[in-house]
Design a protein. Structure first.
Lengths: 184, 661
């Protein structure tokens, strides 16, 4: 247990830190988009890049599994024009999406991702919970698999002395390549 | 000719059934002659199915519209070259293709089965032949490609226009053969389990076939992406379509398997886990077939209105439940030979890699079934499409790339923190420098910065290892650099082949990150002579020539492209309208360089002579397509048979040899 905390905990912490960074990166990504969308626009023009982003978030109701960005059917064209009209009218990304997803128009099925509210939160939470649980379970299983009989040697704890030895092993291996090292 | 094919189909069903029964009886009763005949039946099956396949191909080439299947999937106006491959464009014919491909792979696998698997080979044969029986019976009784029409029709309905593309020759056969081929490592594992030899006997065959099938699926997926990129006309290559996912998930599970199997090969650990992984991959492949043929979720790939859904659902159920029962029956056989030495070791890194990969597979599976759950429990029609998968799988994939850089630096058994730190110094510096440069030049997308920095980390760690190894060889044996490098790779093919594959994965990562975050898109309508500027490019629309065919009208457009004011190229994107299908197919014109693609595709041809264009500048996509050959090369290196094929389990006493590995 002691050795686990001293040798492994830093490594785990490293992994978690990286995952945390990634999480922040994702959040940052989304909020940066949101800021862009909310930037007040006096002129009746719109941000074409933002419109394209929204195109990729709306399903084409008459084509299987395609967003309106991907197809040239008349309905998709019409919806793309609608997106630009709403944006030019000052709507934010959220408002545009909500406009399309309103029950009297296309309903929530028109959104390419499940809404992050109510029952549909499950869609977003479950993958994260499962991955974290799997990683946790995996680490616990590995710990249980570790030797408990104390036969594991702590010999390689003098790293400076180890290098010549490793070099020797390297040399040895290079000389016996055909017989010994044919598997990974 | 078609009658011959139909007869062959029934003969094949009889052969596969015989082979299954003879294998089981022969093994239970201990009758070697029966086992021998079962194996030979599996070889004859290949010939019979080859004849059946060729007779179907011949029916397409001669356009024999007395066959319902031929009439439904070809017509007279179809270009001749595509008649050779149209036979797997539909449900029935693709089943025949799968049955043939699986029989051929099975025969090779049975023929080349390593000595260690021989005692239980009969169970492996029985498993493979039972799977064949399923496909053949479905064809015979429910979806016969040789079904005749009551009277022949003068012309067929033609093939979906999107399928008349060069990619048709490679993408569907590679993916279908790959998905069916997962049966082979699975059958070796299951055969070992049933026969009570489930320690390490099956893993050489399991690994070789696992890696080979992995590469086949990877090529199929890349080819599919390339196809989508050139023909679907929206400028992307992957959109998490339900059927894309269906092929992606088993491949991801197989990725976990080909890593994890090395732990068993080297250390005798993870025995149970490997059996679980190959079962998961097989189950996901069955799930994919179910989704593809009558699945409940709409997809651009679905084989029309297939009524076979319930049969494949049944197959999926049996294919998951029965192996699971066998697994628990033989549970005690699969104890690990070794204990884990340290949490900071290659073994542990492989397990984390496996869990992340399974996490991706799970999240993808979850996305494909969630709409059904939502319909059932919330009575709400919900779509789960690309944005969901990008956001959920993106971070997991980046974590995997990180692990790809760190994992190989960890030795087997027990890493030493200080030497790890030293090994990480150069790759870490490469990552930081890359991130720094990107931030300085104005790259602000966090995802992209992290992605590129991680790519630098992995590349640096691989290249550093190669350099170190080559220098060591030069010092110890006196080889020059080139020879030293080649000998370094041949000395440990699985390891260095794996590195080459890792480089290919990096290339794909570059393309995906580049296109996803820095692709520029513009939709514009131009009259002849008008031009448009996008980025530092300018495109002039010159004219369109119209070619009328019996079944389609083809618009060939000419555009001139300038970069920074200098003339670059004349390009010819095409758009073809197919009245029979009331749909258009497009062929993008792409000028590809390692830095960026200039991509243009016509989206509409208006009556007044104006043409709608979609123009994209997609950075780094070139690397994705180059990754394909690199990936194949790495796989060939990893699988190239070594002179000494005897496997030596590394036991604890000799393990220090592995420490330098």
């Amino acid at each position: 247990m002691n050795r686990f905390t001293t040798t492994v905990a830093p490594a785990c912490r490293g992994v978690f830190l990286i995952l945390a960074y990634l999480a922040i990166a994702v959040v940052g990504l989304q909020s940066s988009g949101a800021v862009l969308a909310q930037s007040p626009d006096e002129t009746p023009t719109y941000d074409e890049a933002e419109a394209q982003e929204i195109d990729r978030m709306l399903m084409c109701p008459v084509c299987p599994a395609q967003t309106i960005d991907q197809t040239e059917v008349p309905l998709a064209k019409q919806m793309r024009e609608q997106v630009r009209e709403l944006l030019a009218g000052g709507a934010t990304r959220r408002e545009v999406l909500d406009w399309f997803a309103a029950p009297e128009r296309y309903g929530p099925g028109v959104l390419a991702e499940p809404p992050r509210s109510g029952f549909n939160l499950i869609a977003w939470i479950v993958p994260g919970v499962v991955v974290v649980a799997a990683l946790g379970g995996g680490i616990l299983t590995l710990r249980a698999m570790r030797r408990h009989d104390g036969t594991s040697d702590d010999a390689p704890s003098e790293p400076e002395d180890l290098q010549p030895y490793l070099d020797a092993v390297d040399r040895e291996l290079s000389l016996n390549t055909e017989t010994e090292r044919d598997d990974g | 000719m078609a009658d011959l094919g139909a007869a062959c189909l029934w003969m094949a069903l009889a052969l596969a059934s015989y082979s299954t029964l003879a294998s089981v009886l022969g093994q239970v009763r201990g009758a070697p002659a029966l086992l021998d005949s079962a194996r030979k039946a599996s070889y004859v099956l290949v010939v019979v199915l080859l004849v059946a396949t060729l007779s179907l191909v011949q029916s397409f080439i001669t356009r024999d519209f007395s066959l319902a299947y031929v009439a439904a999937h070809s017509n007279i106006a179809m270009p001749n070259i595509y008649t050779w491959v149209a036979f797997y464009a539909g449900n029935e014919g693709s089943l025949l293709y799968i049955a043939f491909a699986l029989s051929a792979m099975s025969a090779v696998a049975i023929w080349l089965a390593p000595a260690s698997t021989r005692p239980t080979l009969a169970w492996t044969v029985a498993t493979l032949m039972l799977i064949e029986v399923f496909f053949l019976a479905v064809m015979g009784f429910m979806a016969n490609p040789f079904q005749k029409l009551p009277f022949p029709v003068p012309d067929g309905q033609g093939i979906n226009p999107l399928l008349t593309h060069f990619g048709m020759f490679f993408h569907p056969p590679a993916l279908m053969a790959g998905l069916a081929g997962i049966s082979i490592p699975f059958a070796f594992a299951l055969g070992g389990l049933i026969g009570g030899r489930a320690e390490d006997e099956w893993i050489d065959a399991g690994r070789a076939w696992g890696v080979g099938i992995w590469a086949l699926l990877a090529s199929g997926l890349l080819l599919g992406s390339w196809w989508a990129y050139t023909i679907l006309g929206w400028g992307g290559f992957w959109f998490w379509d339900p059927v894309e996912n269906a092929a992606f998930m088993p491949w991801i599970a197989l990725t976990a398997f080909v890593h994890s199997i090395m732990v068993q090969k080297r250390r005798g650990m993870f025995r149970m886990w490997n059996v679980v992984l190959i079962n998961v991959a097989f189950g996901l492949a069955l799930y994919g077939m179910f989704m593809n043929r009558g699945g409940p979720v709409p997809s651009v790939h679905s084989f029309g209105a297939s009524t076979l859904g319930w049969v494949f659902l049944l197959f999926l159920g049996v294919g998951v439940v029965v192996p699971m029962a066998i697994f628990f029956w033989r549970y005690d056989l699969m104890r690990s030979a070794q204990r884990l030495d340290s949490m900071l070791s290659r073994e542990a890194a492989f397990l984390i890699n496996n869990l992340l990969l399974l996490g991706i597979a799970f999240a993808t599976l979850w996305g494909t079934v969630y709409p059904l759950l939502s319909r059932l429990f919330a009575e709400q029609e919900i779509t789960v499409a690309r944005p969901f998968y990008d956001q959920v799988n993106g971070p997991l994939m980046l974590a995997l790339v990180l692990l790809m850089g760190v994992g190989p630096l960890l030795p087997w058994r027990h890493a030493n923190l200080q030497s790890l730190r030293r090994a990480l110094l150069l790759p870490g510096a490469a990552a930081l420098v890359t991130a720094g440069i990107l931030l300085v030049v104005g790259v602000r997308q966090p995802y992209a910065v992290v992605g590129f920095a991680l790519c630098a980390l992995v590349a640096a760690s691989i290249l550093a290892e190669w350099t170190r190894g080559t220098i060591a060889r030069r010092r110890s044996v006196g080889d020059n650099f080139a020879l030293g490098f080649v000998r370094l790779i041949t000395a440990n093919r699985p390891r260095y082949g794996g590195y080459v594959v890792h480089l290919a994965v990096l290339m794909v990562t570059l393309g995906v990150v580049g296109q996803s975050f820095y692709g520029v898109q513009q939709d514009v309508v131009l009259f002849p002579g008008e031009d448009v500027s996008i980025g530092n490019y300018r495109m002039v629309y010159v004219d369109t020539t119209t070619l009328a065919f019996a079944d389609r009208t083809q618009f060939r457009t000419t555009v001139e492209v300038y970069r920074d004011g200098k003339f670059l190229d004349v390009m010819h994107p095409q758009r073809t309208f197919h009245p029979d299908f009331n749909m258009a197919s497009t062929l993008a014109a792409i000028r590809s360089t390692p830095v960026e693609d200039f991509y243009v595709v016509p989206s509409e041809n208006r009556e007044d002579g104006a043409v709608g264009f979609r123009i994209l500048i997609n950075p780094l996509v070139w690397w994705m397509w180059v990754a394909g050959p690199v990936l194949i090369l790495g796989t060939v290196i990893a699988l190239w048979p070594s002179r000494a094929t005897m496997r030596r389990p590394v036991v604890a006493a000799t393990a220090p040899a592995g420490a330098a590995d």
